[in-house]
Design a protein around this ligand. Sequence first.
Ligand code: G6P
Ligand code: MG
Length: 219
Amino acid sequence: MIKGFLFDLDGVITDSAEYHYRAWKKLAEKIDIKIDREFNEQLKGVDRMNSLERILKYGNKENDFTEQEKAALAVEKNDDYLTLIQLITPEDILPGIMELMNKIKEHDLKMGLTSASKNAPFILEKLGISEMFDIVVDPATLSKSKPDPEIFLKGAQLLGLEPSQCIGVEDAEAGIESIRKAGMFSVGVGDEVSMRDADYRVETTAQLDFDKIMAAAGK
Ligand code: G6P
Ligand code: MG
């Protein structure tokens, strides 16, 4: 029986995935690497340093920077990202999300946040929805990035639930893999290709419907 939901943040609750993309694109251009939206699918859900490594590899520059230089590049990207997310308001909650979260609460189910982003608590504050979450997994406590299941397993544990009692909601390929490996029912938001492994898929958050998801998960 389903007793809780675990949500990704960027690209699911709000469109901050777009800001991550813009900040990485700017940083990549500075070091003569061109990235596009197709490549960006591989960055979604992946933590900061691993995202940088993937970009460097994509541009055949994985051996061009010292660890210290890489750390500085990651800081530069994050500074840019922080500037972009300052202006987030409750109006930036994606369509359908508030309705889904309200239904989860009405049914007395638990709710947790399983984002790899160290900026997630700040964004939840900006959106005005911090209090809706029973738990927020701190990515600093994790040793492995999505697609490893660690983050979703930790989320279930913090909620006091078995993985099989949880539904995970994601927009990233790595995220869906993480949910599935954790042994949870996965809800994917996005196109057929990137969400091909999701147990249940919607094209956009506006189509997220509590009753349909619960029925698909077999309750
Ligand atoms: C999420 C996003 C990724 C981002 C990661 C780390 O998983 O989908 O694009 O790289 O969080 O975010 P941070 O804000 O800590 O750099
Ligand atoms: Mg995401």
